[in-house]
Design a protein around this ligand. Structure first.
Ligand code: SF4
Length: 430
C-alpha cells in the first residue's frame, strides 16, 4: 500500500520505520477523557496496535505499530467517541495541554483548554502552518511549562469581568531551546482568542516552512514582532462556544488519586481497569497528567478509600521505585525513528542506581535533542545527543546531563557521556 506521509501527518500520524509501521497521536483536550473514550482507545490498541498506550507529557495518547490500511478505521472509531488525531502532528495547532495537575484555578484552565481545542482542532484556518504550533493553559506558574510553548497561557486571577490570563509567546525546546517572553498580562478570554489568532496568522505569513515561531522572533526581535502583530488581520475571529460536555470539577484536592505509570506506558487492559474504576468510584473522568500519569477523582471519602485499595491491588499505589520517582520519558528508539537511545531501558538503569536522597527530584530523559519529554524543565534532564562508534563495536548513545535550579531552563552540566559515565554521575547525585 502506498503511504502518503505528508497527508497522514496532519492526521496525527508519523512513520515509525521503513516498514511503514505508524504512530498515531490522539489529542486529549487538556488531558481529560471519559471512561467511554478510554475504553474505545484501549479497544483500538487491542485491535490495531500492540495493546500498549503511550501517555505523552502534553496529555495526548499515542498508539504505535499501526498498519496503514487500518488508520481510516481508527479515525472513524475515535470520531465515534468525540476524539480526533487531526492536527496532532504536522503544521497545525497541536493538542492543547493543561499541565498544572491540581491547583487553585485548575478547573478554569481545564475549561479554557477544552474550548480552545474545539476552536482550533480540525479548523483549516489553523492548518498548513510552517511547523507545529503548541498552546498550553496552566493554572499558575509552577512547572514553568508556559516557557516552552508557542503560546503559553497562565491563569492569574478573576476580575468582575471574568477570568484573567497572562500570555507568553514564542518559546520552544528542541535543538535550540528558547524560553517564551511575556507578551501581555491580565487578558480576558475574548482578547486572548483574538490575539492567538493574530499570532498564528503572523506566524503563517512571516515564517519559512519548517521553522517554529521562536525562529521568527529571533529573526525580527520582540519590537518588530509586536509592530507586525498590531497590523496583522486575522482571517476569522470566532468566539469559542462554551457548550456542554466533559468538564472537570475538583471538589477537594485530597479527593484526587494518581495512578503512577512508569514511562507513560500502560497496557490496554490496565487502562480499561482504570476507566472502570473512574466509573465505579469517581466522577467518570480520567486525566492524563503532564508527568505521564493518570489521575482519578473519587466521588467522596468512602469512594476514596475503595479506590485507593483497588489501585493498590492493581499495582498503581506508588510502592515501587519506578512509580515513586517522577520520571518523564519519551519513546526513544523503542518506537520513534528519531530515537538514538532505548530511553525506557536507560531510565530503569538510572532508577536502580539513584541514591535515596535523589528520589524526590524530577527526572526526564529524551531519545534525541527534540526534547519531547521536556528535560530542560526537570531537576535532572538527560538528552541523547548522538551515537558514536567505539572501536569496532556498534555505535553507542551519548548523553548530555542537565540540571535545573532556577525558574528558567536547566543547563547542561556534562556532555558526551557514555551510558556508563551517565550512571556513574547520577549514582552520586545530590
Ligand atoms: S525526543 Fe526524539 S526520540 Fe524522543 S519522541 Fe521526540 S523525536 Fe522521538
Amino acid at each position: 500500500m502506498t503511504v502518503d506521509l505528508q497527508t497522514l501527518r496532519i492526521d496525527g500520524i508519523y512513520r515509525q520505520n521503513d516498514n511503514n509501521d505508524l504512530m498515531l497521536r490522539i489529542k486529549i483536550p487538556g488531558g481529560l477523557l471519559s471512561p467511554v473514550q478510554a475504553e474505545a482507545i484501549a479497544a483500538l490498541s487491542e485491535r490495531f496496535s500492540n495493546q500498549l498506550l503511550h501517555l505523552t507529557s502534553r496529555g495526548s495518547i499515542e498508539l504505535h505499530w499501526l498498519r496503514p490500511e487500518n488508520v481510516e478505521e481508527v479515525g472513524r472509531q475515535l470520531a465515534a467517541v468525540g476524539l480526533t488525531s487531526r492536527g496532532a502532528c504536522g503544521g497545525a495547532v497541536r493538542g492543547i495541554s493543561c499541565s498544572t495537575t491540581v491547583a487553585p484555578g485548575f478547573s478554569v484552565a481545564q475549561g479554557l483548554a477544552r474550548r480552545l481545542h474545539r476552536h482550533f482542532s480540525g479548523n483549516p484556518h489553523f492548518e498548513g502552518l510552517p511547523k507545529k504550533f503548541k498552546i498550553s493553559v496552566d493554572a499558575g506558574y509552577s512547572g514553568a511549562r508556559h516557557l516552552i510553548q508557542d503560546a503559553g497561557i497562565v491563569h492569574v486571577g478573576t476580575a468582575e469581568s471574568g477570568e484573567l490570563f497572562d500570555l507568553w509567546v514564542a518559546g520552544g525546546l528542541g535543538r535550540e531551546p528558547q524560553p517564551a517572553f511575556l507578551f501581555a498580562e491580565q487578558l480576558g478570554e475574548g482578547q486572548l482568542l483574538a490575539l492567538l489568532e493574530a499570532i498564528i496568522h503572523l506566524y503563517r505569513q512571516h515564517t519559512p516552512a519548517g521553522k517554529r515561531l521562536k525562529h521568527l522572533l529571533r529573526e525580527i526581535g520582540e519590537e518588530r514582532f509586536r509592530e507586525l502583530l498590531a497590523t496583522a488581520s486575522p482571517e476569522v475571529v470566532l468566539q469559542p462556544s462554551r457548550g456542554i460536555g466533559l468538564k472537570l470539577k475538583v471538589e477537594a484536592e485530597e479527593r484526587v488519586l494518581e495512578a503512577r505509570i512508569f514511562a507513560g506506558q500502560v497496557s490496554s487492559s490496565d487502562f480499561r481497569q482504570l476507566a472502570d474504576l473512574a466509573r465505579r468510584y469517581g466522577n467518570e473522568q480520567l486525566l492524563v497528567t503532564a508527568d505521564q500519569n493518570l489521575l482519578l477523582f473519587p466521588a467522596g471519602p468512602a469512594a476514596t478509600l475503595c479506590l485507593r485499595q483497588e489501585l493498590a491491588q492493581l499495582g498503581f499505589a506508588g510502592e515501587r521505585r519506578d512509580e515513586q520517582v517522577n520520571f518523564r520519558i519519551c519513546p526513544g528508539n523503542h518506537e520513534c525513528r528519531m530515537g538514538l537511545a532505548p530511553t525506557r531501558v536507560v531510565a530503569r538503569k538510572i532508577l536502580d542506581i539513584l541514591p535515596a536522597a535523589a528520589l524526590d527530584l524530577t527526572f526526564a530523559i529524551c531519545g534525541c535533542p527534540n526534547s519531547c519529554s521536556q528535560p530542560q524543565l526537570a531537576d535532572v534532564g538527560i538528552v541523547t545527543t548522538a551515537r558514536r562508534a567505539e572501536g569496532e563495536g556498534e555505535r553507542q548513545p551519548r548523553f548530555a546531563l542537565y540540571r535545573r535550579s532556577g525558574a528558567g531552563f536547566g543547563t547542561a552540566t556534562a556532555t558526551e557521556l557514555t551510558e556508563e559515565d551517565l550512571l556513574a554521575q547520577l549514582s552520586r547525585i545530590a
